[in-house]
Design a protein around this ligand. Sequence first.
Ligand SMILES: Cc1cc2nc3c(=O)[nH]c(=O)nc-3n(C[C@H](O)[C@H](O)[C@H](O)COP(=O)(O)OP(=O)(O)OC[C@H]3O[C@@H](n4cnc5c(N)ncnc54)[C@H](O)[C@@H]3O)c2cc1C
Length: 312
Amino acid sequence: MIKPELREIFSGSLFEGEIKFMEPMSSHTSLRIGGNADIYALPADIPSLIGILINLKNNGIPFFALGGGTNILVRDNGIEGAVISLKSFKNITKIKEDGDSVIIYAGSGVLLQRFVNYCKENGYKGIEELAGIPGTIGGAIYGNAGSFGLEIKDVLYSIDIMNEAGLIKRFTPDSLNFGYRTSGISSGNIIIGAEIKLKKGDKKEIAEKIGDFLKIKKEKQPIWEPSAGCVFKNPPGLYAGRLIEEAGCKGLRVGDVEVSNLHANFFINKGRAKADDFLKLMEIVLYRVKRKTGIILEPEIKIIGRDEIAEG
Ligand SMILES: Cc1cc2nc3c(=O)[nH]c(=O)nc-3n(C[C@H](O)[C@H](O)[C@H](O)COP(=O)(O)OP(=O)(O)OC[C@H]3O[C@@H](n4cnc5c(N)ncnc54)[C@H](O)[C@@H]3O)c2cc1C
């Protein structure tokens, strides 16, 4: 139950945007799973984001930064505190051109696909491999999203990050600890935007490359069904999907969650799936892969939310 004081702390606060209470996270995740967030905040701009953060800090309320919700599993008991959506940070600006190099700034809420299309339309090359990855620039940076051998860190020039006190600092990618599907960005920090370095290229060649990558994705991944992408990380030199398939897990189902028959590392919401079912299916798959290969798979998706609802 939402505490009345949570509503009160925002009354009279100066910020542009939206605040909602008891917002179903199933409406904000590609899996369409998840209980309510106590608070859902959609700041319109940086001063509003700072205002919201100060309010939360003064009241000891935890928060979670949300991008496109395409890499998270939100538990059925919802999220304690606030979810801050960066959706409104969606500006794309050309910063500089130097010979055949170009630097473009993208706000954290820009959809990665919109950015890939922008590059295609303007003839900027270097990011084609990321075509087809859903979600936002902010989410892609946080999880160092990648595909076909390219990771977003490879094209970053600088990253603007706001800390819990509302201060923004510019980082070079080398100073953040990027690794396979990880960054050194801790969860209390919010990515505001990034400069991305690309090269000028031939529009037709760029469009063809993007088309080829998208074709492969469509053939190999169940991209039209509700999922959160790959559930587990690939162990070094191996493919989690293949290990799951070889452990006989394709088509396994708990409640309305099913291991995809197309790509075994994708779990699909077949209707009214619950996070509990998803977690149970993860456990079964983990157990079967461990029994067959001795390998303990590590989750790629981020599992968020309350284990249990507190009494009182
Ligand atoms: C069909 C499908 C295919 C996919 N294919 C791929 C693929 O090929 N490669 C790949 O790497 N991933 C893939 N994914 C997973 C997912 O799309 C990516 O990880 C994506 O980059 C997540 O971005 P998001 O904006 O949705 O992040 P969210 O799911 O909203 O958040 C993910 C994490 O990032 C954090 N975060 C988000 N925005 C910010 C911010 N502004 N500041 C600080 N932290 C933030 C969140 O707190 C959370 O911890 C796929 C997913 C689907 C559904």
